[in-house]
Design a protein around this ligand. Structure first.
Ligand code: TRP
Length: 332
């Protein structure tokens, strides 16, 4: 069976954009592939953070992924598999400074930090972040990596690193990972539909996947519909509401409301009502599962420790073969 790998940083709460953009797809892929999914806490050390928040957010993300339907045996936490960081070092020696300098995400994040403070500390971890990502992928010999388009450049680099390693060490050792781009609904901020739904914009700008139903209803009710754009086109706020309905699989309601939109009789209140109920219907089982997992917190944490240890066996095997190939020694 082909292997799929993907990872997510422990950013805190999952929102609808994360769910429809990644997690839903991860859940579905589990039916067809051997899947490995990681919460990559080491990656989150590349931007300023607080140690206690990091650990809390790591568990939180792991619990939320399970609540969404990721199977526990497919889930690991990156810091529980220390081979990633060791492989990262080895791969950094077959990655050029020039390649890393071209990464747009590094430039963006650096600018973000410097905008806040022009003396900001830019860690070399932020610079070599894509090498750690390559290690995440290559260590499991992943065939497919479901990612968003924003990760295209990082994946390309992983492939180049694999090719260079194979060339230099004389074997077709690493698999060349292929991206799996899926059709992702473009979800916008309900409070400002000129922007993408995102946590970094603030609370009003994303819908929490584990949010209280009444808060979800309120957020949809107050969603901006008129953004002052040219009037013969559907406004991005209204389009966003339709996209949410479609993402929730409510095609009947979508078609009916779209017909009324086309005939000019759509009442935004009706559309919002349908969207809010679709979202509550979608998210209620997630919240219930999360509550259940949280009441068994200790056991669930132990389960994630166990699955990480099991997944680690693959990583260990790869790392010891790699160390052989590059001329390092393996400990007894
Ligand atoms: N860089 C990815 C992101 O920010 C997260 C990530 C880390 C990742 N390692 C990975 C994604 C390996 C896919 C495969 O979204």
């Amino acid at each position: 069976m082909k292997r799929v790998l993907s990872c997510v940083q422990p950013t805190g709460d999952l929102h609808l954009g994360n769910y429809f953009g990644a997690v839903k797809n991860w859940v579905d892929l589990q039916e067809k592939y051997s899947c490995v999914y990681g919460v990559v806490d080491c990656h989150s050390m590349t931007m300023p953070y607080k140690a206690s928040d990091l650990r809390e957010n790591t568990w939180k993300m792991a619990f939320q992924l399970l609540a969404c339907g990721i199977k526990p045996e497919n889930l690991f936490i990156q810091s529980l598999v220390p081979e990633h960081t060791e492989l990262c070092w080895i791969l950094s020696c077959v990655t050029s400074y020039g390649e890393l300098s071209k990464m747009t995400q590094f430039k963006d994040k650096r600018e973000q930090l410097e905008e806040k403070d022009n003396q900001a500390f830019i860690s070399s971890g932020l610079f070599s972040y894509p090498v750690l990502q390559a290690a995440d992928i290559l260590i499991y010999r992943a065939d497919y990596v479901p990612v968003g388009k924003d990760q295209e450049q990082h994946l390309e680099l992983s492939r180049n690193i694999a090719a260079r390693f194979n060339k230099q060490f004389g074997q077709e050792y690493f698999v060349h990972p292929e991206p799996l781009y899926t059709e992702i609904p473009k979800l916008l901020s309900p409070a400002d539909p000129t922007k993408k739904m995102s946590k970094s914009l603030g609370e009003k700008h994303y819908i929490n996947l584990f949010g209280d139903p009444n808060r979800i209803r309120k957020q949809i009710k107050s969603a901006v519909t008129d953004t002052g754009e040219a009037s013969d086109k559907m406004s991005s706020g209204v389009e966003n509401l339709f996209n949410l309905l479609k993402a929730c699989g409510k095609m009947d309601a979508y078609d009916t409301l779209m017909d009324t939109y086309k005939s000019g009789t759509l009442r935004y209140g009706d559309l919002k009502g349908e969207v809010a109920e679709a979202l509550v219907e979608l998210t209620t089982p997630f919240s219930e599962r999360l509550t259940d997992l949280t009441t068994r917190k200790k056991d669930v944490k132990a389960q994630i420790q166990d699955s990480s240890a099991e997944i680690r066996k693959i990583a260990r095997q790869t790392l010891s073969e790699v160390k052989e190939l590059v001329g390092l020694l393996n400990p007894k």
